[in-house]
Ligand binder design. Structure first.
Ligand SMILES: [Zn+2]
Length: 316
């Protein structure tokens, strides 16, 4: 879905009598770029009537650039004759006389008035000319069948409103809110990014058996502590991190966590140590072949078999 944005005037145009820094052309250009950015976040394709701020183009030509778009918007701030007037601040939209943009213009002026905090009620108006719309940009948009509206963002002859529009954070918020209104109107939604993968350790009988889950922890040690017999701790990809006499297949590699750990001939303290490799030290790696009671049957260096009490072995 395409939207056409027009920054109204170009160059240095319509300096505010309330603040010499303010030029309608420049501030509306900034607003347009922000609005473009936020509309694009909703998935709109946004075209602009000018490629740079200093470029002139006739009003009718600008309106016609909207061909193929769902909406044409021309961004302005208003002025009263005779210099500063701090009493007049209403937000207006001049919408195409054929009424095609009335509904969106209505929502936009209400939102702009709310964001800008104007005192006078917002309004949508139509200005009839001899050949259709009085305003050339709207005549141009209508000629290519696109609903068009001019948005007057309050008055730059009003001191407070001029100051407001000169603040970048205000323009940013205004653009965000306008984009939101337009997106809601057209039913566009920001693409939902998939939630960040939960890096949890889950306790299950089998990874595939989600219904068997008895806990999930962000901390591996806590998960292991909580892991009952017959269950295993899986990481978020389904890898077995700890197997409490579970169904995952032996052998697996484990690391010894203590020093001078006895490697016994059988699963109990009544058995003596194996002579080929009687002790394991911290960091030694073994193949775990199975479990008997609280004893793991292990193979050391690929050949010496024995039993090690479970608390000293850590699956790696
Ligand atoms: Zn203007």
């Amino acid at each position: 879905m395409k939207i056409c944005l027009d920054a109204g005037h170009y160059g240095n145009y319509n300096q505010s009598p309330a603040n010499k820094e303010y030029y309608e052309s420049k501030v509306m250009w900034k607003l347009m770029l922000l609005l473009k950015k936020y509309l694009e976040e909703y998935g709109f394709e946004v075209i602009t009537t000018r490629s740079d701020q200093g470029q002139n183009l006739g009003v009718y030509e600008r309106g016609k650039k909207a061909a193929g778009c769902a909406l044409f918007l021309s961004l302005h701030s208003n002025a009263v004759a005779g210099g500063i007037n701090n009493n007049i601040d209403y937000v207006t939209s001049y919408a195409a006389v054929n009424g095609s943009a009335d509904a969106i213009a209505q929502r936009l002026v209400e939102k702009i008035a709310e964001v800008m905090g104007t005192k006078q009620p917002s309004r949508v108006e139509h200005r009839q000319g001899t050949r259709g719309d009085y305003y050339g940009v709207l005549r141009g948009a209508t000629s290519v069948g696109v609903p068009g509206a001019i948005l007057e963002h309050s008055f730059h002859t009003n001191e407070k409103m001029t100051q407001w529009l000169l603040k970048d954070e205000n323009l940013d918020r205004l653009a965000r809110e306008e984009a939101k209104v337009i997106a809601e109107y057209f039913g566009m939604q920001k693409p939902v990014s998939p939630p960040e993968e939960k890096r949890w350790y889950r306790i299950r009988k089998k990874w595939e058996d989600a219904a068997s889950q008895v806990g999930a922890y962000e901390n591996l040690q806590r998960a292991i502590k909580a892991c009952p017999v017959g269950y295993a701790v899986f990481d978020w990809k389904g890898n077995v991190m700890y197997d409490h006499e579970n169904l995952s297949a032996y052998p697996y590699v484990a690391k010894c966590t203590g020093n001078s750990v006895n490697v016994r001939k059988g699963p109990g303290t009544e058995y003596g140590n194996i002579s080929a490799w009687p002790k394991l030290n911290k960091g030694n790696l073994v193949d775990v072949l199975g479990k008997e009671g609280s004893w793991y049957k292990v193979r050391i260096q690929g050949k010496y078999e024995g039993y090690v009490v479970e608390k000293y072995l850590w699956r790696v």
